[in-house]
Design a protein around this ligand. Structure first.
Ligand code: SF4
Length: 403
């Protein structure tokens, strides 16, 4: 494995981000808990620091603390079938265990239901716990992604109303220049992130999806800031330099694979080493691409946000199949690893049909791995490794037959 040196900057970036969050009030800032499909550029322009309870849960999972915290939430009656992010975050509050010293108390909880319905219920619980107001951006499901002007008006109206709510909480008026600046920085970060993801199409790939999972924190939480832009500029420079010198993320890239669904955070290092030893490079994924599509234009950001939440965030099976077929060509894939994620039904329910349709259209096989994004009690890593091993042997034999 050839580690990417600019990823080391993330440690300080994350420390600074959580320090700024914990000291927000002393510095005249406000805290908003948010999920992926919310207008963070507007929040930054209004002196809010957006905080993602999902990211907090990722840190708990990646540090292998899930089993210490999630049971506290389960004791209150939250089933193990509910999202393990939610159980870990709530369990962390109940036990007081958290590598980030918990999260600061929110002034506002802002959630959009285009991602899943679990988040709405999770944020309702947090809203009651902290006695803080919650705003729901209600996003109708848009069938197969057809344009729906009525739905656009409905979502846009809620976003415009949100501006007034933010002004009421802060006692400050939105300044157009500040919004334009944060939109400009967000767009720059998204463009850089897109170019980083496209580097995976090179042979050998200078970056793996494991690196992308680690590198994605700023594009999630800090797009709209200079911090994200500078970090991705450094990362892209390093990757482009690798491409020129023909340096791959793996020393011996033999297979090029796609990763579907969320990572298995507690197993990131173990799986990364397992695949590296077998020359299997994860070169692209649905999850890391999701963050390349979230920037908006300065001309009419409210309309852009509304359309994004309606048409990009909502997962449509036919569009997903089409996207995977396109990735297969663009990244010259040998196989698909489909993570059937026990406690995230939203992203997992279509996987058998997805695998069948993609294999039919591309001839590229896939294997379904039964796991969970954050709870090691819901899978066996040994079984997953054994499945991947058999899958790679099958790919190897296909390659040899094809000459
Ligand atoms: S992991 Fe799945 S269930 Fe959990 S918050 Fe994300 S989309 Fe919702």
């Amino acid at each position: 494995m050839n580690p990417i040196s600019s990823l080391r900057d993330l440690k300080q970036i994350n420390i600074d981000y959580y320090t700024a969050a914990h000291t927000a009030r002393q510095n005249g800032k406000f805290i908003a808990y948010v999920n992926a499909f919310t207008p963070v550029e507007l929040l930054y322009a209004m002196d809010f620091i957006p905080i993602y309870p999902e990211n907090h849960a990722v840190i708990l999972g990646a540090r292998r603390l899930s089993e210490e915290v999630a049971p506290a939430a389960e004791k209150l009656g939250y089933s193990m079938d509910l999202c393990s992010y939610a159980r870990c975050d709530l369990g962390s509050i109940l036990t007081g265990k958290s590598p980030t010293f918990g999260l600061p108390k929110p002034d506002l909880l802002l959630v959009s239901n285009s991602q899943c319905s679990t988040l709405t219920k999770w944020f309702e619980v947090l809203s009651r716990m902290y006695g803080a107001p919650m705003v729901l951006i209600d996003v109708p499901h848009s069938g197969n992604g057809e344009k729906d002007p009525q739905a656009e008006l409905y979502v846009r109206g809620q976003l415009e109303e949100l501006q007034g709510i933010l002004e009421h909480i802060t006692g400050r008026k939105l300044e157009g220049d500040r919004l334009r600046e944060s939109i400009r920085l967000s767009r720059q970060a998204s463009e850089l992130w897109t170019r980083i993801l496209l580097c995976g199409s090179q042979r050998p790939s200078p970056i793996t999806v494991f690196d992308q999972f680690i590198a994605m924190a700023p594009i999630v939480a800090q797009r709209g800031t200079q911090v994200a832009v500078q970090f991705y500029q450094r990362l892209l420079e390093e990757l482009e330099e690798r491409v020129i010198r023909g340096v791959g993320a793996l020393s011996n890239e033999r297979f090029r694979l796609f990763w579907d669904n969320l990572p298995i955070w507690p197993e990131l290092r173990r799986l990364s080493e397992f695949l590296d030893q077998r020359g299997a490079a994860l070169v692209t994924s649905l999850y890391t691409w999701a963050w390349a599509t979230l920037s908006v234009g300065e001309e009419d950001p409210f309309q852009d946000w509304a359309e994004q939440y309606l048409y990009t965030a909502n997962l449509h099976l036919q569009r997903r199949i089409q996207t995977y077929v396109e990735y297969a060509r663009q990244y010259e894939l040998d196989g698909f690893l489909y993570h059937s994620n026990r406690s995230c039904k939203m992203v997992s329910q279509d996987i058998p049909e997805l695998r069948r349709a993609v294999a039919e259209k591309t001839g590229i096989p896939g294997v379904i791995l039964e796991a969970d994004h954050n709870d090691p009690r819901l899978y066996s890593i040994e079984s997953i490794e054994s499945q991947i091993q058999s899958f790679l042997e099958m790919l190897d034999s296909r390659k040899r037959k094809a000459g």
